[in-house]
Design a protein. Structure first.
Length: 550
């Protein structure tokens, strides 16, 4: 059952993830990575992502690349930065190119969004570090053997580099180096590369204009505010650091006008033509929601008409996107613009490949619906279970829009775990203001195998109480006598107005407790359709998937 979820997790082209056996095969490699500085686990220092004296030192990456023969110069790259939508856009672009028959390397950093507690490595991913590198025309995850063999081959050089850099080379720098070496070794036609943090000082930004096909900036938001300079303006400048001389830039959007101006000014300075997926000439419409082959999808029209810096067009009707929500439709439009830019530059990419690439794309932990069998394994029989890694107020709003579209009348239960550096109140406000939420179970999930950045459930509860007060929404929480009454044994469905229409707020320290509490409360509400949403981070989504693995 888990295997079916994992096969669905990336695209229809991705083979099974043999997580436990691959962890054993890569033990030495994973232990080595675990010994390195990992900002996913410890948190990113203030100003680290800015192009300033406080920023990360790209000199280390340049030295690493030189040591290994500059592998990043041996493939053509699409470089993607942005606050939200990077991984989804990367997946869309990669699948479009594969459908055209190209060999593609895809490197997704999933920076500050990971979960690896099941596998003891300290890298940001859902189930296995192998998810972060996809290779070839098939788009399969990099094999454990290939990673292990590469690690053994380069370890003496990495050790020497570590000595020369006084031990400062990070987990992300080593793994990015390995990804670039693999892409060069495999002679990929394209590498689709997601920036980790910001752009300007990110380890992936050693890509030069000669190797870059196009840069992409999806969105600009306030996530990692301190690490990126403290304002939307400094975040925009950091993201714009991936723009290269004479190479086209694709914008996702929407952007606040003065923020878009910062990015466009940088593009002008770099003589980079700009294509915007959000231009008024483009029309992207979600027409209906449907179930296709047992999977939910949204039927969309994507009509791109670019007449400014580059003249190009594409008209796709009734595209069946498995990635749900208006934000994913925008990501799909952005990826379509990237494909059109590549076509304009001379690469063969048909409208058919664009359509099939968009329709094939599906990622673990992003609008991922479990099968009824998987829900049953979790003890949630009869419920629709949705996993979504939303963790900002913007992504929470997008999640609620998706839920309103797909389940306008269902009972809603949220299970939420969040990292400590997120806007907890803003996130809660968006969830509570979207539709009536029956129950919220607040819990904790390990981040990069540690608890340094994990928010205690009790602190999350305080944020949700504050958000409900700001919105004037009645709640019943586990510090109230009224809450205890809800959990007393009663005939199923005997109280249709359980909680008097208030949102029930519970705290649990573990996933098992969350499932027990959700079932206990929902069992009092009869046989109405119910949707249980695990969200707040990719960490909680990964915990659910890991529990299915046993």
């Amino acid at each position: 059952m888990l295997l079916s979820s994992i096969r669905r997790g990336f695209t229809s082209r991705v083979g099974p993830i043999r997580t436990l056996s691959s962890h054993s095969e890569m033990k030495d490699f994973l232990d080595y990575l675990d010994s390195l500085k990992n900002y996913e686990k410890s948190g990113v220092p203030k100003g680290a992502g800015t192009d300033s004296s406080d920023g990360f030192d790209l000199g280390r990456m340049r030295c690493l690349m030189e040591r290994f023969g500059n592998p990043h110069s041996k493939f053509k790259a699409v470089h993607i930065a942005g606050t939200k939508g990077k991984a989804s856009t990367a997946a869309f672009v990669s699948n479009i190119l594969r459908n055209e028959g190209y060999s593609v390397g895809c490197y997704t950093s999933f920076a500050h969004h990971g979960q690896q507690a099941l596998f003891f490595s300290s890298s940001p991913h859902i189930l296995t570090i192998r998810e972060r590198i996809l290779l070839g025309k098939s788009g399969h995850l990099v094999s454990a053997k290939l990673l292990n063999d590469l690690f053994r081959r380069i370890k003496p050089d990495i050790d020497q580099a570590m000595k020369e850099e006084n031990g400062c080379i990070s987990h992300f720098e080593v793994f990015t180096t390995m990804a670039f070496l693999l892409f060069a070794d495999e002679n990929v036609d394209f590498a689709v590369i997601e920036a980790g943090l910001g752009g300007a000082r990110d380890a992936t930004n050693i890509i030069s204009s000669s190797g870059l096909v196009a840069s992409v900036i999806t969105t600009i938001g306030e996530e990692h505010l301190a690490a990126l300079g403290g304002s939307l303006e400094t975040i925009a400048m950091a993201k714009a650091g991936i723009i290269k001389q004479d190479r086209p830039l694709v914008l996702g959007g929407p952007f606040v006008p003065h923020i878009e101006r910062i990015i466009r000014d940088k593009a002008v300075a770099m003589n980079s033509p700009v294509v915007s997926a959000y231009d008024t000439g483009n029309k992207c419409t979600m027409k209906s929601f449907s179930i296709l082959n047992g999977r939910p999808c949204q039927i969309c029209d994507i009509l791109i008409q670019v007449v400014k810096d580059m003249k190009m067009s594409c008209k796709l009707h009734d595209v069946k996107l498995q990635m749900l929500g208006d934000h994913q439709l925008q990501n799909a439009a952005t990826a379509t613009c990237v494909a059109l830019v590549l076509r304009n530059l001379g690469w063969s990419i048909s409208d058919k490949s664009i359509r099939y690439g968009l329709e094939d794309t599906y990622l673990l932990g992003r609008s991922q619906f479990l099968t009824s069998e998987e829900a049953e394994v979790l003890g949630l029989t009869g419920s629709t279970v949705l996993l979504d890694g939303a963790h900002t107020k913007e992504s929470a709003k997008a999640l609620m829009n998706t839920i309103r579209m797909a389940f306008p009348k269902a009972q809603l239960v949220f299970v939420v775990a969040m990292a400590s550096d997120k806007d907890h109140v803003g996130f809660a406000r968006e969830i509570l203001s979207g539709v009536h939420v029956e129950t919220v179970v607040l819990t904790e999930a390990a981040i990069a195998g540690g608890v340094t950045r994990t928010t205690p459930a009790s602190l999350l509860r305080d944020s949700w109480i504050k958000a409900s007060g700001e919105l004037g929404i009645g709640i019943v929480h586990d510090g109230m006598a009224e809450y205890s009454e809800l959990l007393k044994e009663q005939p199923v469905g005997s109280e249709s107005n359980l909680g008097d229409g208030k949102t029930v707020l519970a705290t649990e320290s573990c996933l098992k407790g969350c499932l027990r509490t959700a079932n206990q409360i929902l069992s009092r509400r009869g046989d109405e359709k119910r949707v249980i949403v695990f969200t707040g981070s990719l960490h909680i989504a990964a915990s659910v998937l890991a529990s299915l693995a046993g």
